[in-house]
Design a protein around this ligand. Structure first.
Ligand SMILES: C[S@@+](CC[C@H](N)C(=O)[O-])C[C@H]1O[C@@H](n2cnc3c(N)ncnc32)[C@H](O)[C@@H]1O
Length: 160
């Protein structure tokens, strides 16, 4: 079985009703297969062959930015006090349910929290990573650096 632990509207999936995928979300309104929080998955240890995680990445909503407000409504917002502990607990729980050799694809936008800050709160480094720079207005004025990147990180659960 494959697990999407922050399924939301299932946009990452071509087949949003794929019977091989368990769609989990804490929000009842998105009609997940199972309503649960990522820190306590009602799944047996080692039962998952592959997993996807696309957690909220915003820490706040900028005032006067309706787009950001819509994003927060739809994608959720991290707790400013506890996000490190929350993401770490979710990661540990995913590793518990994943079978040895299973891969975790983790999507992360670094607009509010940089990749090094994210990785510092997780117990191990990813086995692979790739970045995609957004196409809409992503540069700070006068800078050639992108303001944010979306990262695709892969962890492979160790066999022992
Ligand atoms: C960035 S969105 C995911 C978007 C999703 N990939 C889609 O295609 O719509 C993050 C999702 O994680 C869910 N979420 C936030 N905190 C959670 C938690 N502790 N446990 C489970 N789901 C959570 C939110 O309800 C939201 O649907």
């Amino acid at each position: 079985m494959i697990l999407d632990v922050t399924a939301g509207r299932r946009c990452m999936w071509k087949d949003r009703e794929d019977p091989n995928v368990i769609f989990i979300d804490q929000k009842r309104s998105v009609k997940p297969t199972i309503i649960a929080v990522w820190a306590y998955l009602p799944i047996r240890s080692g039962a998952i062959d592959g997993a996807v995680k696309d957690p909220p990445h915003m820490l706040y909503v900028s005032k006067g930015k309706p787009m950001a407000f819509n994003f927060a409504e739809r994608y959720g917002i991290l707790n400013r006090e506890t996000w490190e502990k929350d993401l770490a607990a979710g990661f540990e729980e995913l590793m518990r349910v994943m079978a040895p050799g299973a891969q975790l694809l983790y999507k992360w936008n670094d607009n509010h929290i940089t990749l090094p800050r994210l990785l510092a709160c997780l117990p191990c480094k990813p086995d692979r990573k790739a970045a995609m720079v957004g196409s809409r207005g992503v540069r700070r004025p006068g800078s050639t650096e992108p303001r944010s990147r979306t990262w695709y990180l892969i962890w492979i659960k160790k066999t022992a």
